[in-house]
Design a protein. Structure first.
Length: 206
């Protein structure tokens, strides 16, 4: 029987399935990295730049991701796109359902090996971002903060935001941050290296 491929093939990433309930998730084996962030943080655009164009749904209206979406990326390895949080124009019952489904996914998923958190570079780490980072730190799950939409700021201003976020992350969580812009194609390779490390160090072939 041939050995599974050791490569993480971002270019061949394909939609696998969408889950409204934890029971609809694919088998909990191998390795996966999850993308989380506010619905207007550029999360799906970041996923498309890191993997391949058109993989995740994007649009001018925030909140396009309305289920937990799984994408294959070589071997038994997956990228996962969570519904965005903090979007007011969604009925309360659906927001409550998302919260429960996402909470169970994060708590119960053994194949989860790392979390990419997207945040508009003009924001400060607070609220849901801080909660997610605290959750990862408490469970020794690696996390990385992508400061998205860096093209909205000058290079100097973006550098200042990166330093400020990096100080908070190192002091409180021991995580790293990086500047990212889907529009300017900036930060892709750096983010890819981190994701590959998480997926391959954990095996991702079971």
């Amino acid at each position: 029987m041939p050995r599974p491929s050791r490569a993480v093939d971002f270019g061949a990433a394909q939609f696998l399935t969408g889950a409204h309930l934890p029971s609809q998730c694919p088998p909990d084996s191998g390795a996966e990295v999850v993308f989380a962030g506010r619905s207007n943080s550029g999360k799906s655009s970041a996923l498309n730049l890191i993997a391949r164009p058109g993989l995740a749904r994007t649009g001018k209206t925030p909140g396009r991701t309305r289920q937990i979406n799984f994408f294959t990326c070589g071997g038994n390895r997956r990228l996962v796109d969570l519904p965005g949080y903090g979007y007011a124009d969604v009925r309360q019952s659906l927001r409550a359902h998302w919260g429960q489904a996402i909470g169970r996914y994060l708590e119960e998923r053994n194949s989860l090996k790392g979390l990419i958190l997207t945040m508009d570079i003009r924001r400060a780490i607070a609220g849901e971002e801080r909660q997610l980072l605290e959750w990862c730190a408490g469970r020794n799950l690696p996390a990385r903060l992508l400061l998205t939409k860096s093209d909205k700021l000058s290079r100097a201003a973006a550098g200042q935001k990166l330093r400020a976020a990096g100080e908070v992350l190192k002091k409180e969580f021991n995580f790293d941050a990086q500047i990212f812009s889907a529009l300017k194609n900036h930060g892709r390779d750096e983010a890819r290296k981190v994701i590959v490390q998480w997926l391959l160090e954990s095996g991702g072939e079971g």
